[in-house]
Each structure stands twice: as structure tokens, then as C-alpha cells.
Ligand binder design. Sequence first.
Ligand SMILES: [Zn+2]
Length: 258
Amino acid sequence: MIASNVMELAIVSFLGLAIGSFLNVVIHRMPRQESIISPGSRCPNCGTALRWFDNVPVLSYAMLGGRCRGCGTGISIRYPIVELITAGVFIWHYLVFGWTPLLAVRLLFAASLVALFAIDLEHHLLPDRITLPGIGIGLVASLFLPPGIAGALIGMLVGGGVLWLIGEAYYRYSGEEGLGGGDVKMLGMIGAFLGWKLVLLTMMLSSVAGSVIGIAVIAWHRGGLKRALPFGTFLALAALAASLYGERIVTWYAGRLG
Ligand SMILES: [Zn+2]
């Protein structure tokens, strides 16, 4: 029993590092409209192709001292950080969901959120190439697993629809675009994976986190940073929390209502 748990934990950890390594490619190339399949990994500066032993998550970065073997240019610390965070997020999910079919779905969901977080943070962009397939996969998985297809469909519509309405109202009121279409599709994806209850929870958590951090930043810098904190990053963090603990939070809340 214990031995099999250790084995599962090891598999999830290595899977997290490997997927994190792949996410680095996605995070770097997708906003630049480059293929994520070919060519293989290269140094962004000199184009030296990475050999397989340069491409071991975290370890290669440490062994090469964070520099390209070809030209010596520093490689962004983002690479090992994304790998470690992905592994950490994967392990966390394993501890919550155990070795279940739902774990596989939620790992895929979490990996998409890590990519969306990083791309939105750097480029203020939430690529359709992640969110639209994400909506499809979330709905198909919900045919067999929680939240169930009805919850997922309502979740997609509630998630996408509510944000679209807020954005539209803000646009009518202020004449400027408040929320991008990317946020709408991302919330549609979150709803498709988590269902309507947890997508509402995600919205609540992300707006609270966004307001608290936004107010702190504005107070610190005296404004002018309206676009400094993309909403998608808060959505990603809130959706991860909702995926892991949303069911418990909703049950607890419902219990308090009696
Ligand atoms: Zn190089």
C-alpha cells in the first residue's frame, strides 16, 4: 500500500517536471505564433539545438549554471521555476484527488492554467489555442466525471457569459475595453472543467485577490498600473484553488446556510 503510494507520487512528480518542461516551450513559442512541435528546443539567442541531456528538467539548468552551452547567454530562471511549480501543482493534486481518473483530467486542467498564467503575466494574452481546446476537453471529460455534463455546460455559459456582460457593461459605461475576450474564453474553460458552482467560486476568489493586490499596487505606485496585473493571472490562481478545495468550500458554505 505504502510502496504503491510512493510509486504513484514519483510518477506524478516526474510527469510534472516533464510537462513543466513542455509548458516552457508553449509559454515561449505560442505568443510568438511559432509551432510548439518543431523544431526541437533551441537557445533563443544563438539557435544551438539542445541535446537530450541538456533538456532534463531543472537538473540541466543547474548543471549548465543557467547558461547556454553554445553561446554562454544566461537562460531565464523562468525555465526551472515553471518546471518546479508544475511538479508542485501536480503533487498537490495527487494528494487531494489520489490515483483516480479525475486526477488525470485535473492535471491537464492545471497544466493549462500554469501556461495561461505565465503567458498572461508576460504578454497580457490568453491564447485561444489553449482556451478553446480546453473548453472542448472539459466538456468531453464531464460526460464521464464530475461535475457532469449539465454542470459543465451551465458552467461554461455562466463563466463566459457573466464576464462578457461585465465587460460589455464596463465598455458601455467607460468607453474603454475592461476585460479581454481571452478572459471570457478562459472562464468558459474553467466552467467546462469545474462546473457552474466552482466557476462562480473562481470568480469570487479572483476578484477578491485582484482587488486586494490591485489596491496594494495602486497605493504603492500611485496608480498608472491599470494594465500591470492581467486578470487572467488571478483567474488561474483562483481556478487552481477551486479545483483543489472548491468542493469542500461549497459544501461548507451550503451547510452554513442550513
Ligand atoms: Zn546560445
